[in-house]
Design a protein around this ligand. Structure first.
Ligand SMILES: C[S@@+](CC[C@H](N)C(=O)[O-])C[C@H]1O[C@@H](n2cnc3c(N)ncnc32)[C@H](O)[C@@H]1O
Length: 259
């Protein structure tokens, strides 16, 4: 069980962007309820000149700027000092470890984080070496800044804080997480009213009220959806006999894969 609230300090030139996480939906509620405390530090507030300069020329010359080291390091120091305990300082970067479900559950265990959002061409290599503990990426593509990446990370880890999700939203049955089987599978198909929509009906088993049959159907669908959409993920799972039977059933009902 995780003890105490999580504190996340963000170093960003655009603090306002984070209201998307701190003010809306599940993450907004978690912030309001004190499950997670999020605060931003802008290097601009630590700029030494009257123009508030936060970028600087690279020694190599050529196109592009880097984040100015002084204001960036001062903002990181302030975000670290604000944390009650020594935080892990994370730089969001396309060169970092790629974020996935395992990474999210790992980061969600931490109580103290500082997320550093780069802009321009990024940060000086010596700042990386001296100030940053870990680099994390949200995928193999380049964004204009680390803010969206930090928000993706923040949203994903807040979902795993105790009390952040209502019972109906339990993260334990989402894709990649199955607290019942311990398998990493995709979610099963879900249906809401009406019973018939666009000429298609809700599977009978979901209407029958037999919870055991519903659970069986859901597991079979999770296995089947993963087989259909993410065979790479399915190959990493070791299925027990019951799960293998359910998957075989799904495959024979489905027929062969569409070409
Ligand atoms: C234009 S990018 C700089 C990219 C850098 N020159 C490189 O190629 O590695 C500006 C900032 O966006 C953030 N960023 C860009 N892509 C990202 C990704 N895939 N994951 C996490 N952060 C990313 C980083 O903080 C980075 O400093």
């Amino acid at each position: 069980m995780l003890a105490g609230r999580m504190q996340v300090g963000i170093v960003t030139l655009f603090p306002e962007m984070f209201t998307a996480v701190t003010s809306f939906g599940i993450t907004g509620r978690a912030c309001r309820d004190g499950i997670v405390e999020v605060a931003c530090w802008s290097p601009r507030d630590y700029a030494k000149d009257r123009h508030g300069t936060v970028d600087d020329k690279p020694f190599s010359g050529g196109a592009g700027m880097l984040m100015k080291t002084g204001p960036l390091c001062d903002a990181i120091a302030a975000a670290k000092a604000w944390n009650d305990k020594t935080p892990s300082v994370i730089y969001l970067s396309p060169q970092g470890r790629r974020l996935d479900h395992t990474g999210v559950t790992l980061l969600a265990q931490r109580r103290n984080l500082v997320l550093v959002c780069g802009r321009y061409q990024g940060i000086d290599e010596r700042v990386l070496k001296t100030e940053i503990d870990e680099e994390w990426s949200i995928g193999d593509y380049v964004l204009s800044g680390g803010e969206l990446a930090a928000m993706v990370m923040l949203d994903a880890i807040i979902r795993y804080q105790p009390g952040a999700l209502g019972h109906e939203d339990s993260a334990g049955l989402d894709s990649f997480a199955d607290s019942n089987t311990g398998l990493s599978l995709l979610d099963c198909p879900r249906y809401t009213r009406p019973r018939e929509f666009a000429g298609l009906t809700v599977p009978e088993v979901l209407i029958g009220g037999n919870h055991e049959l519903v659970r069986r159907w859901q597991l079979k669908q999770r296995l089947g959806q993963t087989w259909l959409k993410r065979p790479d993920l399915l190959a990493q799972q070791s299925l027990d006999q019951h799960e293998q039977v359910l998957l075989n059933e799904f495959i024979s009902e489905y027929g062969t894969l569409p070409t």
